[in-house]
Design a protein around this ligand. Structure first.
Ligand SMILES: NC(=O)c1ccc[n+]([C@@H]2O[C@H](COP(=O)([O-])OP(=O)(O)OC[C@H]3O[C@@H](n4cnc5c(N)ncnc54)[C@H](O)[C@@H]3O)[C@@H](O)[C@H]2O)c1
Length: 338
């Protein structure tokens, strides 16, 4: 089974390529290296003993996407990670985000619609729920007005796939709404490598722990949560990667109930920012330099997943604890900076 992984050299993509290859899938990666490096291939080879095919293509170039599918007629499934993902940047450069996250999706779906049968997995996000009214969040919680162009691309992306599936019965798709991915492969051969200032809490913590950043700012300790800081559902990237393989197998084996389905991918457990800091201090044995500062606009109070649908229908469950995921993130940070 040949699977195209777009953005396969990025954080979640590279871990998914490893899990796909471990299960015997033949993988071809498309990545334009805009937020990754070709060196990630070496890490994948070190773990799996197999080098996936790699093509450096910018998916915004429609003719190159068409040409790729003419050359790889045997691609049966696509996992689409490639996207721009910095929320703040999306506010500054909305058109870049709509072009990169929506344009590329349309080109891929056009190609897949030409096939007799095609399977498609989309990287969505819990950001589509905004501040949900009820915790934990189920898949039928209403989609709220997006806070940023980035969030909007995930909502629109889901709608585009859903609309396409209605008229293209040969297309089977699953949107996976990730909660907060973190961590690295236990081998420390691959992990998260943010360019510039990390946008996510965990790499900011590990970089601060390494002395690359002076101090972590904790935005607000007056939220209505157990310790006043925001609550998120942190999921180990290896657990997340495995869910993609399970989702793809569901489509390949025609086990899906409808030709467009949505699943939450989280642990079901919420952790506050201070709990995440404590986890870092526990696994690293270091004190983290952090400061409570005023709330930041756009932050929601809490978001954690109801995982029943993923557990019972998809047949997947996150296994790792926050401490295990944090240890992998810290091991990776230390290796990268060594
Ligand atoms: N990391 C998170 O916290 C998170 C949470 C929810 C959803 N997501 C989504 O998951 C997906 C993967 O996220 P990630 O954290 O691995 O990001 P990442 O930036 O590490 O990976 C994305 C990869 O796509 C590539 N890419 C971007 N635009 C491209 C283009 N036009 N053509 C070819 N390649 C292109 C980048 O070079 C990069 O290697 C994204 O769609 C993101 O929006 C991520």
């Amino acid at each position: 089974m040949k699977v195209l992984v777009t953005g396969g050299l990025g954080f979640i993509g590279s871990h998914t390529v490893v899990e796909l290859q471990n299960k015997g899938f033949e993988v071809v990666i498309i990545d334009d290296l805009s937020n990754s490096s070709e060196k990630v291939l070496d890490g994948i080879v070190a773990i799996t003993g197999k080098k996936p095919l790699f093509e450096k293509i910018d998916l915004k170039e429609k003719s190159k996407v068409e040409d790729f599918f003419k050359r790889h007629t045997d691609v049966q499934g696509v996992i689409h990670f490639a996207a721009s993902k910095a929320v703040g940047e999306s506010v500054e450069k909305p058109l870049l985000y709509y072009e990169n996250n929506i344009g590329t999706l349309v080109y891929l779906l056009k190609e897949l619609s030409k096939k007799d049968k095609a399977s498609f997995i989309f990287s969505s996000s819990c950001t589509v729920y905004g501040q949900a009214d009820k915790m934990p969040i189920t898949e039928d919680a209403p989609v709220k007005t997006a806070e940023s162009p980035y969030g909007n691309t995930k909502q629109m992306g889901e709608e585009i796939i859903s609309d396409t599936c209605k008229v293209v019965p040969s297309l089977n798709a699953i949107a996976l709404r990730y909660f907060n991915p973190m961590g690295a492969h236990p081998s420390t051969e691959i992990g998260e490598l943010p360019i510039g200032v990390p946008q996510n809490l965990v790499p900011f913590i590990t970089q601060t722990g390494m002395g690359l950043r002076d101090q972590l700012s904790v935005f607000g300790d007056d939220y209505p949560t157990s310790d006043g800081t925001c609550v998120r559902d942190y999921i180990h990237v290896v657990d997340l990667a495995k869910a993609h393989v399970v989702a793809l197998q569901r489509l390949f084996e025609a086990k899906n109930k409808e030709n467009y389905e949505v699943f939450n991918l989280g642990t079901g457990k919420g952790s506050t920012v201070l709990e995440v800091i404590k986890s870092f201090e526990k696994v690293s044995g270091k004190k983290l330099n952090y400061k409570i500062v005023p709330r930041r606009s756009g932050d929601i109070t809490e978001a954690y997943a109801n995982t029943e649908k993923a557990n019972n229908v998809l047949g997947w469950k996150a296994e790792s604890t926050l401490d295990e995921a944090m240890k992998s993130a810290w091991d990776w940070e230390q290796k990268v900076r060594a």
